[in-house]
Every structure is written in C-alpha cells, then in structure tokens.
Design a protein around this ligand. Structure first.
Ligand code: FMN
Length: 265
C-alpha cells in the first residue's frame, strides 16, 4: 500500500456489493463492508454471513464490530478468504449508545490491550487487519488522548481516523489538526470525515496521511473518487443506470437500493 489510497467508507444499509463495485469502478482503491457483528458471525446468523457473500472480485475489507475474543476465534475458524478479500477492519468508531453500553465501537478506544489482542489474533491467521476509530467516546476521552495510545500500541496495518469524538454529530467540524500527531507515531494513517474536495485532500496530504476514506460524499456522487483523481466523469443518468444494473445483478435488498437512489445525484 505504498501509493496514496482512496477508500470507500463502510456505511450500514448502503455499502453492499453493488455499491462497493460501483465506487471501485469509479476510482475507489479499496472498499469496506458495513459493520458486521462478530457475535452474529460466530453464531452463524445467516443474514450477517450473507453480507460477506462474494459476488465479484471488488477489493473489499470486512469490518467487524464486537469485543469478544472467543467469538472472534470461532468466526476466524469458519472464515474462508476469497478473491478480492483484502483483510479485516476492527470498528472502534460506532457511537451508538446501545453499542457503547456493550463496550463495543468507540468504547473500545481506551481498551487498547484488548484491541491489540484482537488485531494480533487476526494477523496470526495470516490476514491483514486495520482499525477505524473516533477520538474517544466523549470529549474527556479525546482530551486524554487514548486514541494515540491505541495507535502506538496496536500493530494494525493502518488506522482510519475520523477525528470527532462519540458525542459529536456531523454538525461539528472534524478536528483534522490531531491527524498530525497521529502521523507522528510512524503508523499509516488514513483520514476520514467530511472529505469532498481536492483542496481537503491536498490539506490532509500535507499532514502526511497515507490516504483518505470517503463516506457520505460518495453516496451523493459515487464518482467522487474519479473527480478527486481528475478522471473523466460520466453523466448522473449513466451512473444511476450503472448502479441499478449492479443492484439488479447482485439482488441488492430493497432498502439498500432505496437509500442509494434517494441520495445519489
Ligand atoms: C448511513 C451511515 C452508515 C454508517 N455505517 C458505518 C459502519 O457500518 N461502520 C463504520 O465504521 N462507520 C459507519 N459510518 C460512518 C462512516 O463510515 C464515516 O466514518 C463517517 O460518515 C464520516 O465520513 P464522511 O464524512 O465521509 O461521511 C456510517 C455513516 C453513515 C452516514
């Protein structure tokens, strides 16, 4: 992963195989599944396994949510890699109060020793593993800089940093300034949050990040990756048709189609 990378963010009820393939065709280097609960995978919940069913060779990283090492071991024993599979990503970003109360998502940022063990378990199986994180579950945790400890102590292949804390909504600006200290750790840092223009990408590049991850701007315009790279763009009608064809081919669930078609411009 030497080159600067453009990544499609994981988004629940959006980033199924059809949408991931659309973004890959239009300039995303790497895509992510939406979050999948480790517990559900360990218990063989069919619906959850269906979300990692291989439909083509689009490069994909599977995102995992949970904190049970036992369940992770059970899941890893059952998992078979496939063409296009690039590795796993551990979710340390979900701010949902229910998820936080279980000690998952952004509640794991301060628990770096467990995160380290889980990442090592995945890597010991021979798979790549990255981490996607906020800056803490609240302002206090951000202030204490637990996120820096996690980046320093955990041996993940890269860290996607969305520089907000768990109590901040999208109305608050992400604090890009912290990305400089994250980069200083010597680890590979991918920037995420409100990235929608070449100017922002250039600013973040100047901080030394190794790539950018884009979520909401890719739903509005799946060609954002091509646009940022300076590639040729096709018309909105053509992009909608391309998505519809992929959704049809891969039998995308209705709510994914509805969510994407409602927002795509
Ligand atoms: C509808 C929606 C669903 C999301 N689902 C996930 C998810 O499953 N896993 C995750 O790590 N982040 C999830 N996120 C957060 C995004 O991946 C991303 O971190 C966030 O939106 C900031 O990036 P952006 O400003 O480019 O959208 C979701 C965001 C949205 C808007």
């Amino acid at each position: 992963m030497a080159q600067f990378q453009y990544m499609l963010a994981p988004m629940e009820d959006f980033t199924d195989n059809a949408f991931r393939t659309l973004c890959f065709r239009h300039g995303a280097d790497v895509t992510f599944t939406e979050l999948l609960r480790i517990e559900a995978l360990a218990k063989n919940v069919e619906n959850t396994w269906a979300r990692i069913e291989k439909k083509d060779n689009t490069p994909v990283i599977i995102q995992l949510l949970g904190n049970s090492e036992e369940d992770l071991a059970k899941f890893l024993d059952k998992f078979e890699p496939f063409d296009g599979f690039l590795g796993f990503n551990l979710n340390l970003g979900c701010p949902d109060p229910q998820v936080v109360s279980l000690g998952y998502g952004c509640a794991m940022i301060k628990n770096f020793s467990r995160v380290k063990r889980m990442v090592d378990m995945i890597k010991n199986k021979g798979y790549s593993c990255s981490v996607k994180m906020l800056l803490g579950k609240d302002a206090k945790e951000k202030e204490k800089k637990f996120y820096l400890n996690t980046i320093k102590e955990v041996d993940a292949d890269f860290f996607i940093v969305h520089p907000r804390h768990g109590k901040e909504g999208y109305d608050k600006k992400p604090d890009y300034s912290v990305l400089k200290e994250c980069v200083k750790t010597g680890k590979r840092i991918i920037a995420n949050g409100d990235i929608d223009s070449k100017e922002k990408v250039e600013l973040l590049k100047s901080f030394g990040v190794s790539g950018v991850m884009i979520g909401r701007a890719a739903v509005v315009s799946p060609q954002i990756f091509d646009k940022l790279r300076g590639n040729r763009l096709i018309s909105p009608e053509e992009i909608k048709k391309e998505y519809s064809d992929l959704a049809e081919k891969y039998n995308a669930p209705f709510r994914y189609r509805k969510n994407v078609m409602k927002r795509i411009i």
